[in-house]
Design a protein around this ligand. Structure first.
Ligand code: SF4
Ligand code: SF4
Length: 467
């Protein structure tokens, strides 16, 4: 019987939707377009590199999530996309998702369903239909929804959270752990950043290439008196490893966590890592971490003995898709539990403002702290590289200024001063997140000349704060 169901589903849904038999069907939620065509297997919206009509992993095909958003908008089902959808139950992959529908229908009773469909008013009928499928796609171990999950009132758990909650303009900076077997370079950089910034993002194997573990480096940074922001990418973890690392961070006194889906392995080096399995995405990571913190449970329902306390962050991509679509994806992350956002690099201010407006329309800005991404550019090669990165847009006039400059570093510095000046005055921007800092002197100059240097970083001794 099961084999017959599978064959039927494979042929029918394969023909109509290109079904890959994930066994956890979301067509109801995704405007009847199969999301599994996404090379990252994302089930909660687009990645930060999506563009209208083009996938950032495989430019020969369109971004499937753009198609989903576009159709959902036409069908008036945009808000359906806010629901935090669960990761795959791998036990079901390859099996018939229609079987779940059959079991659910049997539970309700076929006659009862027919009666309630016939008797219900049209609006009520849609609601009943939605509820019927929602119970199938939201198992008890997930119970995702589309409503905000604000953290319970608490004292700030980190220096960064304290700065932001006091309404002070925060400065964070990215630090890439070296691909070596010693902390020598890392310690030196932490020493240089001390006293300059409120938090240091410890990146997690960026560009899909291995570096010292971000968790280990975050612990090291905390020991050296810095407030680390531990980045964790979904790409390299299963949900088991992820929860283990979150517990490890809690036990080690790391309080700022930032979750991102991660660059596709095809961005990395040969030999490429496995590309076809993504166990979860950034929205699901935020959801899992928030449940661990606020409900004290693991995904399998087991309780965590001691309270874990985190300041949860996520990445945001102002230049992906269109502002209104991207704002919805951002709202989803904030609803799931993100308390602060760090954006991709901002060079195109009018587009960035459009994104902020879209966030404001959705009432997101007042519920989250947003730090805008800024990076110094040291040469034209770096500018060309950045302009090609998924989710980064450098307007032509900025590229022209850099190309015609005698001294690219000086021109890039001037451009960044102008950008920071405008960012400081934009409502909804709560800080600056510096990326790609090769030389700490660049950062010092930027902080000094932009007036941000007057700001006193909050260096917290996390362990001392725990009591
Ligand atoms: S979501 Fe899964 S079950 Fe549904 S059409 Fe796509 S691959 Fe098939
Ligand atoms: S652009 Fe990103 S979200 Fe869109 S299909 Fe490609 S990998 Fe998936």
């Amino acid at each position: 019987m099961e084999r017959a169901e599978e064959t039927f589903e494979r042929s029918l849904k394969g023909f109509l939707w290109g079904c890959r038999m994930c066994g956890n069907c979301l067509l109801q939620e995704t405007a009847f377009i199969c999301p599994m065509a996404c090379p990252k297997g994302l089930r909660n919206g687009p990645c930060g590199g999506s563009k209208p009509g083009q996938c950032c992993v495989d430019p020969s095909r369109p971004c499937i999530w753009y198609a989903i958003f576009e159709r959902a908008e036409k069908m008036g089902r945009m808000e359906k996309l806010l629901e935090v959808l669960p990761p795959l139950d791998w036990n079901k992959t390859g099996t018939s998702a229609l079987h779940d529908v059959y079991i659910q229908a049997k539970g309700y009773g076929l006659v009862n369903i027919a009666r309630s469909v016939i008797r219900a008013a049209p609006g009520e009928r849609v609601r009943k239909w939605d509820r019927f499928f929602s119970e199938i796609r939201q198992p008890d171990w997930w119970a995702g929804d589309a409503v905000p999950h604000n953290p319970p009132f608490h004292e700030p758990v980190s220096g960064l959270e304290r700065v932001l909650s006091q309404g002070r303009f925060a400065i964070t900076c990215e630090l890439v752990p070296p691909p070596t077997n010693s902390f020598h370079v890392f310690d030196k950089k932490i020493g240089q950043l001390k006293g300059l910034v409120d938090g240091v993002n410890i990146t997690d194997s960026p560009s899909a290439t291995p570096h010292i573990s971000s968790l280990v480096c975050a612990i090291r940074a905390a020991e050296l008196g810095m407030d680390p922001i531990l980045q964790m990418v979904a790409r390299d973890r299963t949900r088991i490893g992820f929860q283990g690392d979150v517990l490890g961070a809690a036990a080690s006194g790391i309080r700022n966590l930032l979750f991102i889906t991660g660059d596709h392995p095809s961005l990395g080096q040969i030999p490429y890592s496995r590309m076809d399995i993504w166990d979860f995405d950034s929205v699901q990571a935020v959801w899992m971490a928030r449940k661990m913190r606020d409900e004290g449970v693991l995904l399998d329902g087991r309780r965590i003995n001691d309270r874990v306390n985190f300041f949860i962050g996520a990445g945001s991509a102002p230049f992906a898709m269109t502002p209104r679509f991207q704002a919805l994806k951002t709202e989803k992350k904030v609803n799931a539990g993100a308390q602060f956002l760090q954006t991709n690099l901002v060079y195109d201010l009018p587009k960035f403002e459009a994104y902020l407006e879209a966030l404001d329309k959705r009432d997101v800005l007042k519920r989250v702290h947003l730090l805008a991404g800024v990076a110094p550019i040291r040469n034209i090669r770096a500018a060309n590289y950045l302009a090609e990165l998924p989710g980064v847009e450098i307007p032509n006039q900025i590229m022209a200024r850099l190309r015609s400059a005698r001294d690219v570093i000086k021109e890039s510095h001037q451009i960044n001063l102008e950008i920071i000046e405008q960012l400081k005055s934009l409502p909804g921007v709560d800080g600056i997140h510096f990326m790609a800092i090769v030389n700490t002197d660049d950062l010092k100059r930027l902080l000094k000349e932009s007036g941000l240097r007057g700001h006193t970083p909050e260096i917290s001794n996390i362990r001392a704060n725990e009591g």
